[in-house]
Unconditional design. Sequence first.
Length: 132
Amino acid sequence: MWIKSTLTVLGIALASAFALPASVSAQSAPGTTTTSICDGSDAYCAALAGLADLQATVVELVPDVHLAFSLNVKLQAATNAVLGGQDAAAIGQLDAFLNEVNAQLSSPQYTSVSNIMKTKHDTVKNSIGNIH
């Protein structure tokens, strides 16, 4: 429990350390608060909201703390790339995220988790592709 709480706090601390546009929203893990900064009305905000949601999903569904941290580092790098206007770099980080999901969550017991991550990955990647 302590490790999952630390990751949740770390995720919130990382998200709040960056100047996000005024309305990105993500579902928080149970017992945490949600920060609303982006309403998702344009591709930029949709991409940031999707990345924040994917980070929260990793914290909530990935049981191994080291894997969850590794996945969220890639998602944070993708978020930083979007914020910096580096869409190709963001997509590269998302692809690295998906490769790790495929490699680490391929066993039958993680099929549902893997499918959720893949679907959310595709949604975010499409949002980033729609920027500009």
